[in-house]
Ligand binder design. Structure first.
Ligand code: PEP
Length: 255
């Protein structure tokens, strides 16, 4: 099955709402609407910018989609500082990253919590981008394949096969995030293939061939082409390079 490539810009905790508007306008000018027939593009602003991004994309009927960087496992209640899937759906979010290594590291997110968040997103019709990937010591111990598949299987627990079909998985080796040390296409492809095989084993070939598996970790316009050319890499989750409109749109055009 042909999977449509997906490029996602993770803005992390950057850009105020005016800067967000300027960046979306830049993307809108640089990528003609016909571009989206071939590639899906999404941006993940901080919560505080989502409304501004929504206003622009809705107002101009852009094909650019957007989402959030995290979601609460709960729908509402006494969870100070959290934002629910219900709220994100109301803001028109298409995607939400879940289990990003920065959340696992700085907010001690476990696979169990990641799984609850994945289920909360699915419940509200938001596509989870489930992030998996190993730290350097895990790779050096040669355990990166099993590490990624464990995070994958734990993260998807409780979902039905037809729900898994719509999930996006992002393989992001932690040692490659924000370091400029991109995985070689062969290394990235190897783990993305393992992820697809694990999906096939658990949910069947049809599901495995439908799921988009992205690579993330120091992706730039100079390396995106060789990464997305790999059979099992269906796009990229882009951090630093997504903050520069010229670089991001160049990267999208090369994907
Ligand atoms: C990320 O934030 O998911 C990421 C891959 O960051 P960077 O592209 O900066 O390595």
């Amino acid at each position: 099955m042909a999977r449509k490539p997906l490029i996602v810009g993770n803005w992390k905790m950057n850009l105020n709402h005016l800067e967000a508007i300027a960046l979306v306008q830049k993307i809108a000018f640089a990528l003609p609407e016909k571009y989206y027939a071939k590639v899906d593009v999404a941006v993940l602003p901080p919560f505080t910018d989502i409304r501004s991004v929504q206003t622009l994309t809705d107002g101009d009927k852009l094909s650019l989609t957007y989402g959030a960087q995290d979601v609460s496992p709960h729908d509402s209640g006494a969870y100070t500082g959290d934002v629910s899937g219900l709220m994100l759906a109301k803001l028109g979010c298409t995607f939400v990253t879940i289990g990003h290594s920065e959340r696992r590291e700085y907010h001690a997110e476990t696979d169990e919590l990641v799984n609850k968040k994945v289920r909360a997103a699915v419940k509200h019709g938001i596509t989870p981008i489930l992030c998996v990937g190993e730290k350097l010591e895990v790779r050096e111990a040669g355990e990166h394949h099993s590490h990624a598949t464990n995070q994958l299987i734990e993260g998807l627990k409780g979902l039905k096969a037809e729900q898994v079909k719509d999930v996006v998985v992002a393989y992001e080796p932690v040692w490659a995030i924000g370091t400029g040390k991109v995985a070689t296409p062969a290394d990235a492809e190897e783990v993305c293939k393992t992820i697809r095989m694990a999906l096939a084993e658990k949910y069947g070939d049809e599901v495995a061939s439908a799921v988009r598996v992205l690579y993330g970790g120091s992706v730039k316009s100079g390396n995106v082409g060789e990464l997305v050319a790999c059979e099992n890499i269906d796009g990229a989750l882009v951090g630093g390079a997504s903050l520069d409109g010229d670089e991001f749109t160049k990267l999208c055009a090369l994907a």
